[in-house]
Design a protein around this ligand. Structure first.
Ligand code: FUL
Length: 468
């Protein structure tokens, strides 16, 4: 009896973890969400014509980078805090920047490196070498290929190109299918997906695909309420009825030069400011989506210096803000703890371990967790993450602070999901509470963070800040 009591007190008597709620991420989706931030690179024949879309008739000889270095792109992305890179293997014009065996509109027909150049090879190798996830964009819409007007024949060629890319340039972590230009065209999506599942089962199919969802705009902005579970009706191989409700996390793709996915000479004036990029970061990553920021390599085949400098500046500000979690100095207590067990105690929110979390009992539909700093601190950023391997649960939340002897609400929000960051004016407080006011199932929270932003990052969310 005494021993049993001891076991209960020390938490050895395991209290079962919460059951998953609804669809949950696959291990690949989860790993992808945790990356948060990637680089998109649009590089192709358009780069040499100052056009966003060319019509498939530009001579292959015009693809002529003078100083191409794929590793430079990947090194810059990595130094700028990005964890993955997606490169255009073929855009809507149909020109492949790798030596495909399927068709003749590709780098082999260019004098670049005597017809032996391969953009995808260099970028893929550098990604693998430097520990970045490698992704590939292959445009379904093809303005060059005469087979495009014969959909079944085109489908076969497209699948053959997918096989090439997945077999020879892998591991591939993401395959990006753009829907642009394809209105009214019938593709064998199910066949495309089947090829990817067969040749690269770890790859996530993005945008026109079942694994990663397009956020719905090209501004880099996620909505305030962002659920990861959606009804989808795509023809997923092996899934009767097209999959129905699935975990389908969002990606925000946006170009660093406003309106320009491809390089344009004199495009530098379109380079977004640090403030704009911070706004994008907070409204994508800060709302639980991934940010895929496009940087266009220039006619040399290098990332322009100004863009790289801006990226590094952005990352230095983000790091300055988020490297020091003030919450680590606080003690945490909660309104409820699952089975009163240490396994689910609020201290788990601060241990930096993505496997542990704080959870109340299953019947809880609201709960709060409090951080007590033992004295006043000044903060202006608050971050929370749900433990998404168990699903997404929180529908509404508030941030309360204890200040001058009273509690007051300083922010309100809806979903949390993978991550939610609030940007507040600087607030002095001795205690902070994350109040989960509405949940679909008992909340399961993985981490919280409290920060003082870099002096180069002063914007405040346009959400409710309520004085009593
Ligand atoms: C769009 C395309 O038309 C653009 O050229 C670019 O590739 C962007 C990522 O998607 O729909």
């Amino acid at each position: 009896m005494l021993m049993l009591l001891g076991a209960v007190v020390s938490g050895i008597m395991a209290v079962a973890p919460p059951e998953p709620y609804g669809p949950v991420p696959t291990p690949e989706q989860l790993a992808w969400q945790r990356m948060e931030y990637g680089m998109f690179c649009h590089f192709g024949i358009n780069t040499f014509h100052n056009q966003e879309w060319t019509d498939g008739a530009k001579a292959p000889a015009t693809f002529l980078p003078t100083d191409f270095n794929g590793r430079q792109w990947v090194e810059a992305a990595k130094a700028a805090g990005m964890k993955y890179l997606v490169v255009t293997a073929k855009h809507h014009d149909g020109f492949a920047v790798y030596p495909t065996a399927h068709g003749d509109y590709n780098v082999k027909a260019s004098p670049w490196r005597g017809g032996r150049g391969d953009v995808v090879r260099e970028v893929a190798d550098a990604c693998h070498d430097l520990g970045m996830m490698f992704g590939v964009y292959l445009s379904p819409w093809d303005r060059h290929d005469p087979l495009y007007n014969d959909p079944p024949a085109y489908d076969e060629r497209f699948k053959a190109m997918l096989v090439e890319l997945l077999e020879h340039y892998g591991p591939v972590g993401e395959v990006w299918f753009d829907g642009a230009g394809s209105e009214g065209h019938v593709y064998d999506w199910e066949g495309y997906y089947a090829v990817i599942r067969e040749y690269a089962p770890q790859a996530l199919i993005a945008i026109c695909g079942p694994d990663i969802r397009w956020v719905g705009n090209e501004d880099g902005l996620a909505p305030d309420t962002l659920w990861n579970v959606h009804e989808i009706t795509l023809p997923i191989p092996g899934e009767e009825g097209g999959g129905a409700r699935r975990w389908w996390p969002s990606e925000c793709d946006v170009p660093i030069r406003k309106g320009q996915w491809f390089f344009h000479t004199r495009g530098e004036r379109n380079l977004r400011s640090l403030e704009e990029l911070l706004e994008i970061y907070y409204r994508s990553v800060g709302l639980g989506a991934a940010l895929l920021l496009n940087v266009s390599p220039d006619r040399r085949g290098l990332l322009p210096e100004a863009d790289t400098a801006r990226l590094l500046e952005l990352w230095s500000v983000i790091s300055e803000t988020f490297d020091k979690n003030l919450a680590k100095a606080a003690t945490a207590q909660a309104s409820h703890v699952r089975g009163n067990a240490r396994d689910y105690a609020p201290a788990n929110l601060l241990d930096g371990n993505t496997e542990t979390y704080w959870a109340p009992d299953d019947n809880a539909r609201w709960a709060w967790v409090e951080l007590d700093f033992g004295g006043e601190i000044v903060f202006d950023r608050f971050m929370a993450q749900e433990h998404i391997p168990l699903g997404q649960r929180v529908a509404a939340h508030e941030i309360h602070v204890f200040k001058d002897g009273a509690w007051r609400i300083v922010a309100k929000g809806t979903t949390i999901g993978y991550k939610r960051i609030h940007r507040l004016p600087a607030i002095k407080a001795s205690k902070i509470r994350l109040f989960l006011t509405e949940t679909k199932a008992a909340p399961v929270i993985e981490s919280v963070g409290v920060y003082k932003a870099s002096p180069r990052d002063l914007a405040v969310d346009m959400v409710l800040v309520q004085e009593p």
